[in-house]
Design a protein around this ligand. Structure first.
Ligand SMILES: C[S@@+](CC[C@H](N)C(=O)[O-])C[C@H]1O[C@@H](n2cnc3c(N)ncnc32)[C@H](O)[C@@H]1O
Length: 247
């Protein structure tokens, strides 16, 4: 493998986790898979090659969710994190709500049993009191109980299949393709979720879904009862579908 020049962030990350000597032959392997750690919303998540490394831009999903809970004065919000991976979205929401003493119920689900195992481990390490968290192996909402959620978060695979080969080696050769490949056009999994949403969203509820920057509202099929808009991420790129029930 070719040796690469590490960025200051990568050197710092390796040192912080006890890797002080130069590493041989790491090729394009992400440093987070070497140390087994990734920071998200200021929290230290365990990661391994069965889950995506949480991305900085996804933190905005957590901030949207907590702001919405506070603006709507939701006293005990029910939250679903679909495609939870390391658990970064749902567990970060839980961490913020614990800090402000807001009780919650949070479901974290993934189609991958290995992801659920790691998300559970992260809950035990990160949260003071990992209560009212329910972990569910589930294809989208299939295995969910029939309850109405105030907040549905989803960062599902959304890269168009044809674009996978063009991703950086550090992504396409190391991160799980099942976390990346959104089928033709990249909208297949998200469109399937959209058909399930009306059954599971409370009247005042909101859905926040991360999308590819090549997508716009016309890329998706929204059930009649729902209305949607697109928000930009911290790099000013269109990145999130914000959905609620029509009035
Ligand atoms: C892009 S990763 C996001 C992981 C994490 N939420 C994050 O923000 O870093 C997508 C996740 O969705 C899961 N996934 C893929 N298809 C799914 C499906 N049909 N139902 C539930 N989860 C799915 C993958 O296993 C993967 O963990």
């Amino acid at each position: 493998m070719n040796q690469r020049t590490l960025t200051p962030y990568e050197i710092n990350h390796l040192q912080k986790h006890g890797f002080s000597k130069p590493l041989d032959s790491i090729g394009e392997q992400p440093v987070e898979y070497i140390t087994g750690h990734a920071e998200f919303c200021g929290l230290d998540f365990l990661v391994n090659p069965s889950v995506l490394i949480p991305r900085l831009e996804s933190e905005k999903i957590v901030h949207f969710a907590v702001d919405y809970i506070n603006r709507q004065n939701l006293a005990h919000p029910a939250v679903a994190d679909i495609g939870t991976g390391s658990g970064c979205l749902g567990l970060s929401v839980a961490a913020y709500l614990i800090k402000q003493n807001t009780p919650y119920t949070i479901y974290l689900s993934d189609i991958s049993a290995l992801a659920i195992k790691l998300a559970k481990e992260n809950a035990g390490r990160i949260l003071r009191s990992p209560e009212n968290l329910f972990f569910q192996e589930s294809n989208l909402l299939e295995n969910y109980p029939h309850i109405k959620f105030d907040i549905i978060l989803a960062n599902l695979p959304y890269i168009p299949s044809n674009n996978i080969a063009t991703l950086p080696e550090s992504v396409k050769d190391f991160e799980p393709v099942s976390a990346l490949d959104g089928g033709p056009g990249g909208t297949q999994t998200i469109n399937r979720l959209l058909t399930q949403i009306p059954q599971y969203l409370s009247d005042r509820g909101i859905v926040i879904i991360e999308i590819d920057d090549t997508h716009d509202l016309n890329s998706f099929s929204f059930p009649q009862k729902l209305q949607a808009s697109i928000e930009r991420d911290l790099f000013d790129v269109p990145r999130f579908l914000i959905i609620n029930q029509k009035e």
